[in-house]
Design a protein around this ligand. Structure first.
Ligand code: DOR
Ligand code: ZN
Length: 346
């Protein structure tokens, strides 16, 4: 007997689509299940101006299958040279839905990010005035701070002071990975948090015990089990401040399986079945739709999607592809390490 679950079509509020041959390979993977996605701007060079976002959006649309109904929601990469007037114009036209803060050096292609927040103060003030959200990669880059503590230290030393000094700025804590992040996002005004699929599945033992697993390496890095459990409680709590942002981040295998491997888990292909598995384990399948399809849209002021997506659970485990091929090389699809019986109905 199979079981089905029909939801409003989900939105992925944090997605890396890259460019060129990689974009061509991964855009259809997200468009298959998702209606919209907040597109990360950390290309080389970054998507830093309204004109660059418009051009990138056109390249994404050109990479989609003809029958795809997928809307890329564009973001700008915040730099110390960002012009508040350009941001305001890109937001007013409807092109840009958020600005992304990468602390310089925090992650993939973040070297052009922000070193000194005072240098972007005028941009942040303009965003607070017009209600444009700031998406934060919430990790400090201070060498002395342990990588497992970087999110909690960011909350105390960067995020909380910023919110106090600019309370009208709407902020998304991207891909939170800790109980501190869950607690901070729970009640604060003008604040929400995205949570990835893989951080609901992985703790740091999965990454490191029995051999290093490069396809489980991402940033922020997976933390202790108690943090994974806090994330699971958050997504199934019904609190609308938490919503899905997969952070699906493709890198070719040659750069993942490498002496200095890139950070990123590629989950676009199987995210919805994996989430159905996780929510079912938590006895909360009835809360999946809010997490994937309602809360994020509400925060971004978008109507919920009217189309639906149906998930099917069968007795046989679903056979997801091990890899997708791209013109840049193969990309490994996230393997949770346990059988998953859910799939998206075709
Ligand atoms: O794991 C990650 N991969 N985390 C990030 O913050 C960036 C992303 C990427 O672009 O590869
Ligand atoms: Zn990301």
């Amino acid at each position: 007997m199979s079981q089905t679950l029909t939801l409003r079509r989900p939105d992925d509020m944090h997605l890396h689509l890259r460019d060129g041959a990689m974009l061509a390979a991964v855009a259809p993977e997200s468009a298959r299940d998702f209606a919209r996605a907040i597109i990360m701007p950390n290309l080389v060079p970054p998507v830093a101006t309204g004109a660059e976002a418009a051009a990138y959006r056109a390249r994404i649309l050109a990479a989609l299958p003809e029958d795809a109904a997928f809307e890329p929601l564009m973001t700008l990469y915040l730099t110390e040279a960002t012009d508040p007037a350009d941001v305001a114009a890109a937001a007013a036209s409807g092109l840009v839905k958020a600005v992304k803060l990468y602390p310089a050096g925090a992650t993939t292609n973040s070297h052009g990010g922000v070193r000194d927040l005072t240098k972007v103060r005028a941009v942040l003030e303009k965003m607070a005035e017009i209600g444009l959200p700031l998406c934060t990669h919430g990790e400090v880059t201070t060498p002395e701070v342990d990588i497992f503590d970087r999110e909690a230290v960011f909350i105390d030393t960067v995020l909380d002071p910023l919110r106090r000094s600019l309370p009208d700025l709407r902020i998304v804590m991207e891909h939170i990975t800790t109980e501190e992040g869950v607690a901070y996002a729970a009640e604060a005004k003008n604040l929400a948090a995205t949570i990835t699929t893989h951080h609901l599945i992985l703790n740091r033992n999965h990454l490191l015990v029995g051999g290093i697993r490069p396809h489980y390496y991402c940033l922020p890095v997976a933390k202790r089990e108690k943090h994974r459990l806090a994330l699971r409680r958050a997504v199934t709590s019904g609190n609308p401040r938490y919503f899905l942002g997969t952070d699906s981040a493709p890198h070719v295998d040659a750069l993942k399986e490498h002496a200095c491997g890139c950070a990123g888990c590629f989950t676009a292909t199987n995210t919805m079945p994996l989430l159905a598995h996780v929510f079912e384990e938590e006895g909360a399948l009835d809360r999946l739709e809010a997490f994937t399809s309602l809360n994020g849209a509400a925060f971004y002021g978008l109507p919920p999607n009217s189309a639906r997506l149906t998930l099917v659970k069968s007795a046989e485990p679903t056979a997801f592809p091990d890899k997708i091929t791209s013109g840049a090389g193969p990309v490994t699809v996230f393997n949770p390490g346990f059988p998953v019986h859910w799939r998206v109905a075709s």
